[in-house]
Design a protein around this ligand. Sequence first.
Ligand code: ATP
Ligand code: MG
Length: 391
Amino acid sequence: MIKYGELTTKKENINLFISTLKKNITKKLENEKINLTYDKSRMFIQCEQNKFDEVKIKLKEVFGIHEFLICYKLETLDLERISQEIIKLTEKREFNTFKVETKRSNKTIEKTSLEISSFIGSQLLKNIKEKTVDVHHPELIIYVELRSKESYVYFEKEKGLGGYPVGVAGKGILMLSGGIDSPVSGYLAMKRGVKIEAVYFESPPHTSVEAKNKVIELTKILSKYNNEIKLHVINFTEIQESIYKNIPHNYLITIMRRMMYRICEILVKNNNAKIIINGESIGQVASQTLSSMKAINEVVKLPVIRPVACFDKLEIIEVAKKINTYETSILPFEDCCTIFVPEHPVIHPETKQCEDYETRIPYKDLIYNCIKNHEIIKIENKIKKDFEDLL
Ligand code: ATP
Ligand code: MG
């Protein structure tokens, strides 16, 4: 049983939220035999008991689920029968004290929740030996939920990832380098319901295949939350070399990033997205001072979302470890920014200066070529089970 939590507070969007959540869960569990039903307050996934653990792990990778419960469905509202079933279900559990907590969404039932709890509690006391009720610190809480025709019994609550179902907020293009910050930014954006496509700028032969593979691996890890991610790989070599040859080196990074932003804006438009997302963090390096952000941001009209803008590096690392991208991010392969880093990058770049320098390179043509020839890789978080089936 899935509880929607925060989702149900947004009355005007509830249908979109629930249908997107349903779509995402169905895709996530496509290899499992399940039956999914839902209404405005709960979603139910029925599966075989020996699949509980697998399904549980997968549900913990779906945004929009705040809490879910592994519960037993009883096709009855009869309290004596419910009590009998509970006695069977608790047989293998070790506990001395318990309490019953009832929820009754079916208001036609005459007894109040409290009366139902105490009825079931007394039945249990009669039938199971040496157990006592402790309403304050019970070793086992027996949750009972009575709905229109059926009831549910559960003992534990599992915490979900929270956030909104991926897709409800629209789509964004994530600038994904091989570093620590950008995968974390992608994760945080998805948490707010943003579906992502990623873009990686490579500069072969200055950057290696290993660096690209690292980004593919990071995309794969992120696709766990997004079902599938389209990774756009842009060959940035010509632009980068042209900047290197023609522009004073203290402005290399600023101009390079202005070019990246321009390309991202085109990708956003071509792929029906709404925003750019990246891993910039205020003050982390010269290109991320507020003056740099301003000079770089000025070339696009779209919102640029920087989920880790106000995080300390240690806070970013904490999330990276939690979502399993950290170990891949710290692999030592250079990406295109690190190779062309000047000794003294400008800390307070001027827009006018950027514009003057940019007249020295035919950047519109170069950008056009980048987009025309770019590679698209569709990345899924394929589950090993596919291989197991073949064996
Ligand atoms: P990260 O910030 O991901 O740890 P980084 O610190 O090496 O990597 P920066 O130079 O700080 O990257 O760049 C800031 C942001 O710009 C990155 O977080 C990423 O969103 C974007 N970016 C940088 N280089 C690339 C690239 N080669 N391809 C795609 N996006 C990039
Ligand atoms: Mg960074």
